[in-house]
Structures are given as structure tokens and as C-alpha cells.
Write a protein that binds this ligand. Structure first.
Ligand code: FBP
Length: 249
């Protein structure tokens, strides 16, 4: 079934603000300003974004009752980076039902394909996909090739493979690493078929370099970007958000 993406897109395009790094990376990603979820939620609510990605705790304690208009995307699994397992597993920490109770318009889940635990994540994702479809909300798969079997996470072949797995598992949108050039990223988009592709952000880099990637990804057929640090770690987050917004629409 083709799920309606209108709740988290505008004219078919998407710009999501990711703010789950406190769990994934620790508070070293933050400064005095962006450590406060309320402040980042205000950036998300600026009108430049079609969704904000949160773990359940921040959704429950800050989004709920906060009067925010930006649609909520709840990340259903997560892990810390303190455990240095070569083969990562990101367990489910929130159900689709709980996410809906916080007002979620969509849910997200990371699958580390290539990890020795990929089967566990594929299985969990299968159930989530079914529940999300029953609830009529889209499911976004963070398709991250990672683990001992993946020598290069950015290898365009393995990234395209990840996108294809997302399609075959029923993801409505896949969140995918930029492959470095328009031709290979176009192949990633082709590989995803009817599953839409958003480019992931990555660690903070020079604004012009990041904007160029956004431009190329859009030309290659992505529907948008899911970005975190390149916006809320910027000196002027709203200015960067506006520039990304202009490139997407
Ligand atoms: P960024 O734009 O800050 O990279 O956020 C995107 C994201 O996928 C987050 O949702 C997640 O916390 C993080 O990147 C995972 O990063 P890593 O590649 O280090 O696991």
C-alpha cells in the first residue's frame, strides 16, 4: 500500500530536523544553546521544516503540550556510542502506539545492514512497518551499512544496496548517506524505486560544502534532507535552514 506522505512533506518534498544525537553520540555534540530541547524545537518550528525527529523522552517531555506545529517523527530505536561493538545493534525502545500517543505523524527506525545483528533489526522493523501501515502513518528507515562486513560505509554500491533493502522491507522513506557524486546518488535513488530517499546530514562541515551536497542530492532525485548538526550547530541555524529550504523547494 502506498502511504500518504503529506503529513511530513510539502509539495512532495521533505526537510526534517534530526535531534536524537544526545542518545546516539552523547552531549559532546551540544553547547549551552542546543543542549536545550526547547530551543532546538523552536528552530524545528520555524516553518522551514516538515518534520522533527525525536526520541520518545524528548517527544513526551517537550513536544507534547508545547504547542509546536512542526510534525513529529518519533525514532523507535536507538543506542549509545559508549559500546564500541564492531557490529552494532540498535534496540527498539518505543512502540508505534506510544509514538502515536505523543502525536507522531511518522516513525523512524535504524537498520545497520551488514551487522551481524541485522536480522534482529530487520525483524523488529517488519513488525513496526506493519503497525505503522495499520495506523496509516509513514515509516522512515535509517538505512546505515555498518559492521565488520562493511569496510566502507560510503561505498556507493553498499549505499545503493541499503536503499534497495529499504524498498524491499516496505519503508516509505529511506534516510541514506550521500555517496559523493550525482551519478552514484542517482543510482541510489533508482535502487530505492517507489521508496522515497532523503539524504542524511552527518557531522558539521563548512556550510557551502553541505549546501552543495543538498543541491546534488536533490538533482539526483532525493525528496529532501534529514539534517541535525549542520543546522543546530551552526552559528545562525535559521539562516542555514532557510538556505536548505530554498534548495529543496
Ligand atoms: P546529523 O545530521 O546530525 O548527522 O543527524 C542525522 C542522524 O542520522 C541522526 O538521526 C542520528 O543521531 C545520527 O545521524 C547518527 O549518526 P552516526 O552516523 O554517527 O550513527
Amino acid at each position: 500500500m502506498q502511504i500518504d506522505l503529506n503529513g511530513i512533506t510539502k509539495n512532495g518534498k521533505a526537510l526534517f530536523l534530526a535531534y536524537d544525537q544526545g542518545m546516539e553520540h552523547g552531549t559532546t555534540d551540544f553547547d549551552e544553546e542546543n543542549v536545550d530541547p526547547e530551543k532546538v524545537l523552536r528552530i524545528a518550528d520555524s516553518g522551514f521544516f516538515t518534520g522533527v525527529i525525536l526520541q520518545k523522552g524528548i517527544a513526551e517531555k517537550y513536544y507534547v503540550g508545547g504547542g509546536f506545529k512542526v510534525p513529529l517523527i518519533v525514532k523507535l530505536n536507538g543506542k549509545t556510542n559508549l559500546v564500541k561493538d564492531e557490529d552494532p545493534y540498535s534496540p527498539q525502545v518505543c512502540s508505534v502506539k506510544e509514538a502515536l500517543s505523543y502525536g507522531a505523524s511518522a516513525v523512524g527506525y535504524t537498520i545497520y545492514i551488514g551487522s551481524e545483528f541485522e536480522s534482529k533489526m530487520i525483524e523488529e522493523f517488519g513488525k513496526i512497518e506493519q503497525e505503522a501501515e495499520e495506523a496509516g502513518i509513514p515509516v522512515i528507515a535509517w538505512m546505515y551499512p555498518r559492521g565488520r562486513n562493511v569496510p566502507d560505509e560510503s561505498d556507493p554500491k553498499v549505499v545503493a544496496y541499503a536503499a534497495r533493502v529499504g524498498l524491499e522491507l516496505g519503508a516509505d522513506i529511506v534516510k541514506i548517506r550521500y555517496t559523493g557524486d550525482p551519478v552514484s546518488f542517482h543510482w541510489v535513488v533508482e535502487s530505492a524505486g517507489k521508496t522515497k530517499v532523503v539524504m542524511m546530514g552527518g557531522s558539521k562541515e563548512e556550510e557551502s560544502i553541505f549546501l552543495e551536497k543538498v543541491k546534488v542530492a536533490m538533482t539526483a532525485g532525493a525528496i529532501g534532507v534529514a539534517v541535525g548538526r549542520n543546522v543546530w550547530q551552526a552559528e545562525k541555524p535559521l539562516e542555514v535552514a532557510e538556505k536548505i529550504n530554498q534548495l529543496i523547494w
